[in-house]
Design a protein around this ligand. Structure first.
Ligand code: UD1
Ligand code: CA
Length: 451
C-alpha cells in the first residue's frame, strides 16, 4: 500500500511570540518542518502535501528546499486541524492509498513508530498515535475501550474525569484516503474552540462501525513545540540523540553534552571531538581526525587525519585535504588547503587555494577584501609563508617559495623565490642604554615630586 504525507503547518504559533511562522523555528539548524518532513520521508511517500497558512511563502520555500516534489497548499484561515487536513483533498484526489497526517510542530516521530502505525492499519480504518504523558497538560485525551479507540476529547472540552486520563493524542493519524476525507466531511465545529477538530473523526468512524485503534510511542517522539521553552527542550532532545548516534558510530566525544551538532553533521569513525565544539550546518569530518576544544565549524570538510583547533573557526567552503593542521585562533573561509599543510596560529585564510605541505606562519592574513570586491590568493606546495605576512589579493606565491616575516605581499612571487616586503632594520649601538638612563631619571624625578 502506498502512502501520502499530509503535514499540517498553517498555524501561527502565538506562544512562540515571534514574527516567524512557528514551523520555521530551527532545531539543530533546520526548520522544525524539515525535521517532520524527514521523519515522514522514511516511509518513501508517494505524495508529500504541506498545509501552510501563516508565512505561506517562507514555509513553501523551506518545504521545497528540502523536497522539491513537495506540494504546498494554502489554508487561508486556520479553522482547525480537520479544516487544515481537508486542504490536501484536491491534491490527493487521484491517490489510492493511506494518508498519514503529521504536524509540522511535532518533529521527532520515528520511522519505526510510523511503520507500526501502518502495520496496525491492516485491521483498522483509522490509526492514531498516542503516548503516556508524564504531564498530560492540554493534550487531547484518548478514550480507550479495550484495544479500541473510542474517541478523542480535546482538553478544552474534557470533563474532570476525562482530564484525569494520561493517554494522550500525538496528532499523528492514519487512514485510507477515501475514509479520511469522508470522515472529515462529517466533522462539525460544535466545541469549546468552535474549530473543526481532526480528532473528531475517531468518534465519527466508531459511530459508523469502523475499527479504530491507537499505537503507542515514547513521549519524547511526540514532543509538540508550542513555545520557546518547548523549542529549547526539542533542541536538547535532538542533541542528546545525535550524540548517542555518533558515539555508536565510533566517534569519541570527550564531554558529549558540550558538543552541538546540526541535523546534517557527518563525522567519521575514530575521530575525537574535544569539549565545547559547535558544528553548524553542512559539516563533514572524516575518520581519524581530532577537533580540539572550542572550535566552530560550518559548511566545511575536514579530511582524514587532520587536526583542527583549539579555538579554530572553519567557515563555509573550507576544504581541508588529509593531514592538514589548523591551530588556535585560525579562521578559514572558502579555501582549499592541500594535504599536510599547516596553519597553526592566529591566521585568516579566505578565498584561497593552498598547495601541499606548505607552512603558513603565525599571523598570516590573506587580505581578500578591498572594501568592494573579494579577491583570490594562491599559494603553491612546499612554500613557507613567514609570520605576519599580509597577502594582498589577488596575489600568488609559487611552489617552494618563501616570504619574509612581516612582509606585505602585493606582487606575485614565482616558484622558489624569496619575497621580502618590509622596511629595512636600523640598528644604533648603545642607544638603548642611553634611552633607559634618560627614562629612569625622568621617573625618579616624577616620583620625588609626587611625595
Ligand atoms: C492538537 C490536537 C490534540 C493533540 C495535540 C498534540 C486537534 C484538535 N488537537 O492540539 O489532540 O494532543 O495537537 O500536539 O487536532 N494547524 C493548521 N491549521 C489549523 C490548525 C492547526 O495547520 O487550522 C496545524 C498547526 O500549525 C500545528 C498542528 O496543526 O502544526 C496542530 O495544531 P495546534 O493548534 O497546535 O493543535 P493543539 O491545540 O496542539
Ligand atoms: Ca500544538
Amino acid at each position: 500500500m502506498s502512502t501520502a504525507l499530509v503535514i499540517l503547518a498553517a498555524g501561527k504559533g502565538t506562544r512562540m511570540n515571534s514574527d516567524m511562522p512557528k514551523v520555521l523555528h530551527q532545531i539543530a539548524n533546520a526548520p522544525m518542518l524539515v525535521h517532520t518532513m524527514q521523519a515522514g520521508a522514511a516511509l518513501a511517500p508517494e505524495h508529500t502535501v504541506v498545509v501552510a497558512g501563516h508565512g505561506f511563502d517562507a514555509v513553501k520555500a523551506a518545504a521545497e528546499d528540502f523536497d522539491p516534489d513537495a506540494k504546498v497548499v494554502l489554508q487561508a484561515e486556520q479553522n482547525g486541524t480537520a479544516h487544515a487536513a481537508n486542504m490536501a483533498r484536491e491534491t490527493l484526489a487521484d491517490f489510492d492509498g493511506d494518508v498519514i497526517v503529521l504536524f509540522g510542530d511535532t518533529p521527532f516521530i520515528s520511522a519505526d513508530t510510523l511503520e507500526r502505525m501502518i502495520a496496525a492499519r491492516a485491521d483498522n480504518a483509522v490509526v492514531v498515535l498516542g503516548f503516556e504523558a508524564a504531564d498530560a497538560g492540554k493534550y487531547g485525551r484518548l478514550i480507550m475501550d479495550g484495544t479500541s479507540l473510542e474517541r478523542i476529547v480535546e482538553f478544552a472540552d474534557a470533563s474532570d474525569e476525562e482530564r484525569a486520563v494520561t493517554f494522550c493524542n500525538s496528532g499523528v493519524m492514519l487512514a485510507k484516503r477515501q475514509d479520511l476525507f469522508d470522515l472529515i466531511d462529517a466533522v462539525g465545529s460544535d466545541n469549546a474552540q468552535g474549530e473543526l477538530y481532526l480528532t473528531d473523526i475517531v468518534g465519527i468512524a466508531r459511530a459508523q462501525g469502523l475499527a479504530v485503534t491507537a499505537v503507542t510511542c515514547e513521549e519524547a517522539e511526540t514532543l509538540g513545540i508550542n513555545s520557546r521553552a518547548h523549542l529549547a527542550q526539542a533542541e536538547a532532545v535532538f542533541q542528546s540523540r545525535a550524540r548517542v548516534e555518533l558515539l555508536d558510530l565510533g566517534v569519541t566525544l570527550q564531554q558529549p553534552e558540550t558538543v552541538m551538532l546540526s541535523f546534517d553533521t557527518v563525522i567519521g569513525r575514530d575521530t575525537v571531538i574535544e569539549p565545547n565544539v559547535y558544528f553548524g550546518p553542512g559539516v563533514t569530518v572524516e575518520s581519524g581526525t581530532r577537533i580540539r576544544a572550542f572550535s566552530h565549524l560550518e559548511g566545511c570538510h575536514v579530511s582524514r587525519g587532520g587536526t583542527v583547533g583549539p579555538y579554530a573557526r572553519l567557515r563555509p567552503g573550507a576544504e581541508l585535504a588529509e593531514h592538514v593542521h589548523v591551530g588556535n585562533f585560525v579562521e578559514i573561509k572558502n579555501a582549499e588547503v592541500g594535504e599536510g599543510t599547516k596553519i597553526n596560529h592566529l591566521s585568516y585564510i579566505g578565498d584561497a587555494t593552498l598547495g601541499r605541505t606548505t607552512n603558513i606562519g603565525a599571523g598570516t592574513i590573506t587580505c581578500n577584501y578591498d572594501g568592494v570586491m573579494k579577491h583570490h590568493t594562491t599559494i603553491g606546495s612546499n612554500a613557507f609563508i613567514g609570520s605576519n605576512t599580509m597577502l594582498v589579493a589577488p596575489v600568488s606565491v609559487g611552489n617552494e617559495a618563501m616570504t619574509g616575516s612581516g612582509s606585505v605581499i602585493t606582487k606575485d612571487v614565482p616558484d622558489a623565490a624569496l619575497a621580502l616586503a618590509r622596511a629595512d632594520q636600523v640598528t644604533k649601538p648603545g642607544v638603548a642604554r642611553k634611552l633607559f638612563d634618560i627614562l629612569k631619571k625622568k621617573k625618579l624625578k616624577r616620583d620625588q615630586e609626587s611625595q
